[in-house]
Design a protein around this ligand. Structure first.
Ligand code: CDP
Length: 228
């Protein structure tokens, strides 16, 4: 039986989920996958090849032949490709083409942290722990605005709202907290505080025994134990 731990972290754009997920994985010694980057890779390919982002068969073929190691992070970040990503992410066949890769990644030993929009609801509904990391639109806009020198605050806000709307209203795997997700609102806390809050929750759950891993009080490293 696979004893790996899976931590799902979902949330909207610029909520801080990626930062929390990456640092949580590092602290706990787990693998980390930013699933948004997969949709961004598909979006970038579609944009570069001048394909129609709404042509489901064509975009699904791009997703099926994706080679995640061949993409440069600098090409992927940015709102242009974020917009393409959220368009292609609404296509059921594209989501299906990316599912196996995500599930295989999640099942690696000793475990993995995955962040995205549908990890706790669709990709890994049996995750050991699910966090939904969110923040006010103002706080999220401010973060993106500071990351993009020379940008216009209102334009950044409009992009975030448009992407929220598209991700929440799509038919398949819409952005929403899983029923058993723990909500972390990062509007008024730092990334470090968000990490500490997640670790506090994990330790508390661990005290009740449902996890397959031991987390030390200092947050340093993990030790696998049999599932109870
Ligand atoms: O970094 P940011 O939060 O802006 O976005 P991202 O996580 O890189 O995701 C880009 C887009 O991919 C999102 O707006 C979603 O439409 C889509 N996505 C998704 O549908 N499902 C996921 N598990 C991850 C991302």
């Amino acid at each position: 039986m696979n004893q790996s731990i899976i931590i799902a972290i979902d949330g909207p754009s610029a909520s801080g989920k990626g930062t929390v997920a990456r640092s949580l994985a590092k602290t706990l010694g787990l693998h980390y996958l930013d699933t948004g980057s997969l949709y961004r890779m598909v979006g970038l390919t579609v944009q570069r090849q001048g394909l129609d982002p709404n042509d489901e068969e064509t975009v699904a073929a791009v997703a099926a032949s994706l080679n995640p190691v061949s993409y440069n992070d600098a090409d992927l970040r940015g709102e242009l490709i974020g917009g393409y990503a959220s368009k292609v992410a609404a296509l059921p066949k594209v989501r299906a083409a990316l599912l196996k890769f995500q599930r295989d990644f999640a099942s690696q030993s000793p475990g993995a942290v995955l962040d995205g929009r549908d990890i706790g609801t669709v990709v890994c509904p049996r995750s050991d722990i699910k966090f939904f990391v969110t923040a006010s639109v103002e706080a999220r806009t401010q973060r993106r605005f500071l990351e993009m020198p020379g940008s216009d605050f209102n334009a950044v806000k409009a992009d975030i709202l448009a992407r929220d709307e598209r991700d929440q209203s799509r038919q398949i795997a819409p952005l929403k907290p899983a029923a058993d997700a723990i909500i972390i609102d990062t509007s008024a806390i730092t990334a470090q505080q968000a990490l500490q809050e997640c670790l506090r929750v994990i330790l508390k759950l661990r005290a009740n025994g449902p996890l397959k891993t031991q987390v030390s009080e200092r947050g340093g490293g993990t030790k696998r134990t049999p599932r109870r």
